[in-house]
Design a protein around this ligand. Sequence first.
Ligand code: F6R
Length: 615
Amino acid sequence: MCGIVGYIGYRDAYPILIKGLQRLEYRGYDSAGVALFDGNNINLAKTKGKVEDLSKKAKTDISLKGTLGIGHTRWATHGVPNDVNSHPHYSNSGDLVIIHNGIIENYESIKKELGKRGYTFSSDTDTEVLVNLIEEVQKTEDVKLGKAVQIALNQVVGAYAIAVFDRKKPDEIVVAKLGSPLAIGVGDKEFFIASDASPFIEFTNNAVYLEDEEMAIVRLGKEIKLRKIKDDAIAYPNILELQLNLEEIEKGGYDHFMLKEIYEQPRAILDTYRGRLLADQGIIRMAGIDDHLEKFLNANRIIIVACGTSWHAGLVAEYIFEDLARIPVEVEYASEFRYRNPVITDKDVLIAISQSGETADTLAAIKLAKERGAFVFGVCNVVGSSIARETDAGAYTHAGPEIGVASTKAFTTQITVLTLIALKLAKEKGEFSSSKFHEFLTELETIPAKVERALQSDELIKVIADVYKDSNNCLYLGRGYNFPVALEGALKLKEISYIHAEGYPAAEMKHGPIALIDEQMPVIVIATKKGHYEKVVSNIQEIKSRKGQIIAIVTEGDEQVRNLADHVVEVPETLESLTPLLTTIPLQLLSYHIAVMRDCNVDQPRNLAKSVTVE
Ligand code: F6R
């Protein structure tokens, strides 16, 4: 859950590292640091705080010269965020310097051993232990840095993406990966190292993604050499040509990435079904499904695993798969599934949903399901991510990079992909007539324009946000397809505005949460025309009679709820199973505006990080 970056070549490394760290701040932002080699010495600056704080400190504290360097932006796991625990970390001799994303689980015992041999530690981190272990191996075995890294990594248990260099041999950076992502950008006489390709996209489109248990010696003037950490076998680098472009990872005139990403949804949804949804031909084409159709059609059930917002998309998918394709579905938190000894057979299909494709719990759930014989299908946004590689087949969402920590366009594009799959399976199973299938396909094609219309409520939502920005609590209610949307709305509000919020199925309210309702309690109710409308109207009446404040998300033209609610936000009408794609939009905007009004850091909420690569 940290971001790492490195450069070796002919340009000044510092600006590349700082800009790269800024792009990786979504991965963690409680402290940051850089180490540069100036031709003789290593100059290191690090600090608690954001990359911006680092850049102020580095400018005053160190020489910024050098064409070799590494940098880090941290999300603390071992040791509180402070200057000393920030990366990079030196070895005791001061010759080696390292950055690390991950966790070394057995660091305590290694630290004890190294302590007996005279090593001292200034930080509380597992990373400082690792760099000293590498140094100890280098000394005792009299080997070069690459070999020392390899031997050391065979002694550690945990997860890592590391980059380390040696002051005495400043023509190479050694990198290694297990469980945390690491990409190498391959330029002309220069190399870039990063947690993802965003730090180097303006310099090169060519990248190598390390596989788990691989390491590389990135040496000036040489081709990249990959090795397996365990058995030293040579691995051949697969140089990929990246599709990413610079505009996609910049704010493009918006105040925050989150707002930009909310507004990108019409385009993102369209990109996600483009080439797959062929309404005029009456087909859905998805290679990942077409190639494994029998697995899906013969499945006893589909198990969906995911975390956070992706788990909410999984819940929507449960409704869609069962309702349309009549396939039994179970949705599980990956973190629970992986440890509860679930019953899995080779007749199960497991769908793992993940924006980042790096979430540690989801990855572990996939590995467990594979071991037990299930067919594993991934729905990921980040191309080439660990989950995308680990699954038997998959379908990418084409949302483009999501940088705001709060997930928005990933959610709606995940629902889009899952809807396509459900529709395809429904058709293949004969659950749908051709005309019903066609109705769904043509309606799905209208969704981007309808999302665009839903976005037009932005100014109205700002006014509503102003009324409720000082609330301490908030309740979100929905039924059927919109119950998961209520959960997602509540998650968005709590994570970026720090207001306590709960999502509930509207009818469950009377079994407990109704006790919370008074005139101080804003209740956001999703009350679209299709899907238990009359029942939800009754729930609204129950809230009203207890003086709760109602903000209702309704279908365009609704009059009944308008007469009951304190505020009404309209979304266009669509098929019931597609409503989550529209009702989500006002909830995202409401959270966004409340967070901005409360002066919260919308793109980088406290204590969070974009990809959760630790348990
Ligand atoms: C919430 C949010 C998180 C992620 C969760 C899973 O806005 O972003 O809850 O959804 O950490 O992440 P991925 O989808 O990358 O596996």
